[in-house]
Each structure stands twice: as structure tokens, then as C-alpha cells.
Design a protein around this ligand. Structure first.
Ligand code: NAI
Length: 286
């Protein structure tokens, strides 16, 4: 049997999650995705109407199949955690079983097990605010959606994961170097995600033989990145200063992710792997 992957954080064909799905599908994996509840309707409609067909084309000419799309909100672990106003919101009320625990239960019911878990989601409501102007709630929300969400996903999906399985997340160099403009506690959230990658690699490795890595990706013009507001500047900066002077494609990150969750990377765990045209290695701009 081929491997089965659950990819959390796919809501269009522009982001890293979609590219990782494609690379995994090209390598023969079955693809399940988790889509943020408020984005679910438009994503499913667009998929059904063929809006993504051009981006679904795999290297062999076939189209990527997404076996199932699950509604997901990774800031809630179980139904008891969901506040009344969210429950009543019509975008949420239209879907069911979208807390992390329930999604894992649904995947278990539908498919029994998975081999690969991908976390490709982040959210920082105050990302455009400098850290000094970030509220406590904004900071905690960034950590909840962007860091704890990975702990939660791994916690509830590990019991469904076959030994030898692997998980991956996406991080950004703002965790370790100053990137003005990446505010709202998002830099802190990525630092937490990278630290957690090491501790979770130990815990999931010892207990379940599961590997945990994170990719520190260079800039991509995704929906989330456009909301931050400085993505074009970051892409230009990288083009000018990185060792490899080319625009980073989402596919390059997808391919690195496919490697890291494959048996080719069977001794790699707890690592932050840079897929950024080498920009992280520069000390000064030139
Ligand atoms: P994206 O917009 O394609 O992906 C973010 C996804 O997170 C969206 O689909 C959104 O619906 C989903 N999401 C937000 N809150 C959620 C929640 N509570 N529950 C479930 N899903 C939720 O954008 P992108 O940029 O591809 O982001 C994917 C990952 O890549 C993120 O972790 C991001 O921080 C990381 N990254 C992005 C870089 C970039 O330049 N685009 C650079 C380095 C890392």
C-alpha cells in the first residue's frame, strides 16, 4: 500500500501546503487535507468547479487527487473548547467535527491510519503590529494557532500513525534573526515551533518511532504572506542577497518535505532544515 498523508492548512493552490500535497502525491501518497473552517466552502467549490485543475497537474501528467477534505480549526482541541459565538457563527455551524480531536477520530474512522502528518498553518491576528505593540491576547492567539496547533495535531494523530511515520511543519527564520515586520508574536511562535520540534522528536521518536522535523522556508507569495504586507520586499531581498539568486518556488519546499517524510530521511529528526536558496547562511547583504 502507498503512504497516506494528512496535510493541515490547505485552502487554495498558492501556499506551501498545496505544494507539499503535490510532491507527496507525485511520490505516490494518498492525500487527505484539513482546511480551515471559514475557508472550507470556497476551497471545496473551487476544487469541484475545476478552478485548481491547472495546478493539480503532476509531473507524469495526471491530476492530483485529494481523497478527502476535512474541515479543521486547529485552535480548538475538542468541542468543549469552542466558545458559544464560534459555535453559532454560520460558517462554523455549517460544518461538524472540526476540532483537532474530532478530525483525528474522523480520519481514523474513514481510513484507520496515516503515515505522514503535515502542519502548514499559521495565524497571528496582530502580525502587522511590532512586538512592543502586541497585546497579550494577540500574542497568545499567534502561539495557539501557529505553535500549539502542531502539538495538538501530533498528540491526536500519533495514535493513528504507523511506526516509521513522519511529520513536518513550516517555520520562518524570524524565529532566530530579527525580521522587522513579522510581528504580533509570530516570531515568538516560530521560535516555539522550532524548540517543540526537538522535544517532540524525542517524545514521538522514543514512544512511537515517529520523526518530527521542520522546514525553515524562504519567502513565498501565499495568501497568508500577502496579509503580512512585506512579502514582495522579502522576495526581492532574497533575490538580491541569497547565494542562489532565483525566486523560490513552492515546489522546491514541497520536494524537500517529500524527502524529509520519506525513508530517504530515516535518520533525520528534530531538525530545522533550511529551504531558502541559502539566505540563512548570509551574514551581510551584498
Ligand atoms: P497559506 O495561506 O497557504 O497557509 C496557511 C493556512 O493556514 C491557510 O490555509 C489558512 O486557512 C490556515 N489556517 C489559519 N488558521 C487556521 C486554523 N486555526 N486552523 C486551521 N487552519 C488554519 O500560507 P503559507 O505561507 O503557505 O503558510 C503555510 C506555512 O508556511 C505557515 O506555517 C507559514 O508560517 C509558513 N511559512 C511561510 C512563508 C511564506 O513566505 N509564505 C515563509 C516561511 C514559512
Amino acid at each position: 500500500r502507498g503512504k497516506r498523508a494528512f496535510i493541515a492548512g490547505v485552502a487554495d493552490d498558492n501556499g506551501y501546503g498545496w505544494a507539499i500535497a503535490k510532491s507527496l502525491a507525485a511520490a505516490g501518497a494518498e492525500i487527505l487535507v484539513g482546511t480551515w473552517v471559514p475557508a472550507l466552502n470556497i476551497f471545496e467549490t473551487s476544487l469541484r468547479r475545476g478552478k485548481f485543475d491547472e495546478s493539480r497537474v503532476l509531473p507524469d501528467g495526471s491530476l492530483m487527487e485529494i481523497t478527502k477534505v476535512y474541515p479543521l480549526d486547529a485552535v480548538y482541541d475538542c468541542p468543549e473548547d469552542v466558545p458559544e459565538d464560534v459555535k453559532a457563527n454560520k460558517r462554523y455551524a455549517g460544518s461538524a467535527n472540526w476540532t483537532v480531536k474530532e478530525v483525528a477520530e474522523s480520519v481514523k474512522q474513514d481510513f484507520g491510519c496515516i503515515d505522514i502528518l503535515v502542519h502548514s498553518l499559521a495565524n497571528g491576528p496582530e502580525v502587522i503590529k511590532p512586538l512592543l505593540e502586541t497585546s497579550r491576547n494577540g500574542y497568545l492567539a499567534a502561539i495557539s494557532a501557529s505553535s500549539y496547533s502542531f502539538i495538538s495535531l501530533l498528540k491526536y494523530f500519533v495514535p493513528l500513525m504507523n511506526p516509521g511515520g513522519a511529520s513536518i511543519s513550516l517555520t520562518y527564520i524570524a524565529s532566530e534573526r530579527i525580521i522587522p515586520g513579522y510581528g504580533g508574536g509570530m516570531s515568538s511562535a516560530k521560535a516555539a515551533l522550532e524548540s517543540d520540534t526537538r522535544v517532540l522528536a524525542f517524545e514521538a521518536g522514543r514512544k512511537h518511532k515517529i520523526r518530527v522535523n521542520t522546514i525553515s522556508a524562504g519567502p513565498l507569495r501565499s495568501r497568508a504572506a500577502k496579509a503580512i504586507g512585506f512579502i514582495d520586499m522579502m522576495i526581492d531581498y532574497s533575490l538580491e542577497n541569497a547565494p542562489l539568486q532565483k525566486e523560490l518556488s513552492a515546489e522546491e519546499v514541497g520536494n524537500a518535505a517529500a524527502f524529509l517524510v520519506s525513508p530517504l530521511a530515516s535518520a533525520i529528526t528534530g531538525a530545522v532544515v533550511y529551504v531558502d536558496n541559502g539566505l540563512n547562511a548570509m551574514g551581510v547583504g551584498v
